[in-house]
Write a protein that binds this ligand. Sequence first.
Ligand code: NAI
Length: 303
Amino acid sequence: MSISFDGRVAVVTGAGSGLGRSHAKYFAANGAKVVVNDLGGSVAGTGGSSKAADEVVKEITDAGGVAVANYDSVASEEGGANIIKTAVDNFGKVDILINNAGNVRDKSFAKMDLKDFTSLMDVHLMGAVYCTKACWPMMLENRYGRIVHTTSAAGLFGTHGHTNYSSAKISLVGFMNALKQEGTSKNVLVNCVAPMALTRMTEEVMSPKLAPKMKPEYVTALMAWLCSEESTLAGEIIEAGMGYYSKVQIVEAPGYIFKGEEVPAPEQIRDSWDKISDMTGALPYPGADDVIRAVFGKLKASA
Ligand code: NAI
C-alpha cells in the first residue's frame, strides 16, 4: 500500500533550500498541508530574506499542493512558537515536524569564537527544542505525532573543525532518547536522521560530479517512511544518502567486574582494559533505567 499524507499537516524548518525543500515538496505532493519555514540566510546563518521560503511555497502551490511560508528563525522560543502557530492558524494542527534548519560555522576549536559555538547550539539544538516544545502538548493530546531531528555523522562520529556543529548535532540524539520515553506510548514518535546530500552546505566539500547520486530526495524517502502513519519506529538513528540507509546504534559492552569490596587501582583498570572494552555481546538498551537494571543484574550474578 502506498504511503499517503492526506489530511496531515507537516512543518519543515529550514525548508527554503536543500534537504528541507525536498522534504516539504514531497509531503505536499503526497497530500500534506505544509508550513515551509526558512529565515533565508547564508550557509553561516547570517542575513535573512522571505524569498527562500516563498519560492518553495510557490513551487508547491504551482504543482497543486497546499503550503504556507514562515520566516522565523528557529533559534528563539518566540520563533519556534510562531512557526507552530503558523501551522495551527492555517491548518488547525501539526502532525509532522521535521527539525531540519541548520547552518555551519567551521573553525578549529583553538580558533573558534565561543559565540559561534553557542550560536550553533541555539540553531540546531535549541531550534529543535523550541519547535518541538510548541507542538508537543498538541501531539500528545491528539495521540499522534511524527518528529524527526536532523543529526549528522559529524556529531555521531566527529569531524575536524566542527566542535560546535558536532556538539549540537549529537545533543539532538540525547533530546530524542529522552523524548522517546515520554512520547512513544502516546503515538508521538521521535527519530533522528543523519543525511548525506549535496546541498549548498556541502558543495564546498563534495564534488559536483556526485550531484545526481547525492540528491536530497534519497534522504526525503526515509523521512517520509519515518513520518508515515504505519511506521512505529521511535528512537532510531538512521544514516541516509545516495541510496544507502543504515541504522546507527549506541551499545554497551558486557563490561568487566572487579570483585570484592576494594576500589580497583588505576593500574588494575589499565591491566583489564582489554576486558572492559571487549565489545563482544554488546547490547543496545531502550533506556537508562534498563542499563542500570542490567548492571545490578551482572553485579548480583558475579557476587
Ligand atoms: P542548506 O543550507 O541547503 O539548508 C538549510 C536551511 O536552513 C537553509 O535554507 C537556511 O536558510 C535554513 N536555516 C538556517 N538557520 C535557520 C534558522 N535559524 N531558522 C530557520 N531556518 C534556518 O543545508 P542542508 O544540507 O539542506 O541542511 C539541512 C540540515 O541537514 C541541516 O540541519 C544540516 O546541518 C543537516 N545535515 C546536512 C548534511 C548534508 O550532507 N547536506 C549532512 C548532515 C547534516
